[in-house]
Design a protein around this ligand. Structure first.
Ligand code: EPU
Length: 343
């Protein structure tokens, strides 16, 4: 195990925000991870876990030990007694998209709608990644984690994870307490596809006998058209969650804004935050080294030289403006690392 000091994290977060780790280690096995946790425990260092850095805002330098997951391994695991259901387990350090592509190549279907989501497998359940009508919780079986304070291995079932929209127990009561080491999902060898998301329905309406591979290709194409490539324009995908409001409140708002879209949910109506930000005129604006992407109002971009503080200031200005205009309080989607006053 090679613990380094004062390591820049700028190349390790897709927003390319400056900031360094007081101590840093990249772990390639669960044994190395356990060793790193023991080191942090013995030296009383706070632990911060980094995956692909694609859903974090580096608000400042990080004190303590930053652990980057680099564990590998994908395997078909035990089966349910039901040969149509295929269980797949991937190590936390695997690239999510490569895992999706691997399962598709092995004729295991169910993750095609989640193609091209940046980041690593271990981070996927933390925020219950979702796109184009599917969330990871729809395919989830269980995960393995190490408890940070003790290094003990812990198993989490689907119900233990308390999944919600971009939510899980790991962002709530268990925040900062565990490192996910592997994730097990249930896929299918049947060719059923879900193209209910309007953009997919539109793109595939003329195609008969749609295959999961075709869905994956279309999802990749839509994402590439709408979302900036972090290598070209640093970003962390959606910066705000889509708010869910009551049906009454939605109807009230629709009275004032007849074009306001809304997607019915079990607990109310989900609004596209992008629409609110777009209507408020933020799309394509820039200042202080960062701005709002010109193709998608939900994506904040680092235009070259902004700090985490400047990005959070922009987020706060947007939140205040949207609340003033629509009476809706937006919540930030990525995890804020380091010291910041969250808006
Ligand atoms: N819209 C605008 N202006 C824009 C962009 C979108 O008004 O600039 C409106 C349109 O009405 C559009 C609606 O917003 O129909 C929804 O847009 P989109 O289909 O792009 O989806 P989204 O709600 O903005 C969510 C996820 C994305 C995911 C897509 C597709 C969240 C926070 N974001 O975005 O996830 O890829 O749906 O399912 O739920 C991510 O989490 O980083 C992410 C990219």
């Amino acid at each position: 195990m090679n613990i380094k000091t004062n390591i820049s994290l700028q190349a390790l977060n897709t927003l390319a925000l400056p900031g360094s780790a007081e101590f840093f280690v990249r772990v390639h096995s669960n044994d190395e991870l356990a060793e790193a946790l023991a080191y942090a425990h013995n030296h009383k260092l706070k632990v911060t876990v980094l995956g692909g850095g694609s859903n974090v805002v580096l608000a400042s330098d990080i004190s303590g030990l930053v652990i980057q997951m680099a564990t590998r391994g994908i395997a078909r695991s035990e089966q349910d007694g039901n040969s149509k259901v295929l269980h797949w387990t991937a190590a936390a350090g695997e690239s999510w998209h490569q895992f999706v592509q691997h399962t598709l190549a092995e004729k295991s279907y169910g993750l095609e709608n989640l193609s091209l989501i940046p980041g690593l497998v271990g981070a996927a359940p933390i925020q219950n990644i979702g796109a184009y009508g599917v969330e990871i919780c729809d395919r989830f079986v269980s995960l393995q984690a190490l408890e940070i304070s003790t290094g003990k291995a812990v198993h989490f079932s689907k119900s233990d994870c308390q999944f919600g929209y971009r939510e899980s127990v790991f962002k709530q009561s268990a925040a900062g307490q565990f490192v996910v080491t592997s994730v097990t999902l249930a896929l299918s060898e049947q060719l059923n596809v879900n193209i209910s998301y309007p953009a997919l329905t539109a793109a595939l309406s003329a195609t008969s006998q749609i295959s999961p591979q075709q869905v994956s290709e279309v999802v990749c194409r839509i994402r590439q058209q709408k979302l900036p490539d972090p290598a070209v324009q640093p970003n962390a995908g959606s910066f705000f969650k889509n708010p869910v409001i009551s049906k009454d409140r939605w109807q009230q708002l629709r009275g004032k804004h007849p074009q306001l879209p809304g997607y019915p949910q079990l607990d109310g109506v989900k609004l596209p935050a992008a629409w609110l930000i777009d209507q408020a005129g933020w799309k394509g604006t820039a200042g202080q080294g960062c701005g709002v992407h010109r193709e998608h109002a939900l994506v904040l971009v680092n235009c070259g030289a902004c700090s985490g503080g400047q990005l959070m200031d922009l987020a706060e200005d947007i939140i205040v403006d949207i609340e003033r205009r629509f009476g809706i309080l937006l919540a930030i989607e990525p995890q804020v690392l380091g010291v910041s006053t969250p808006p």
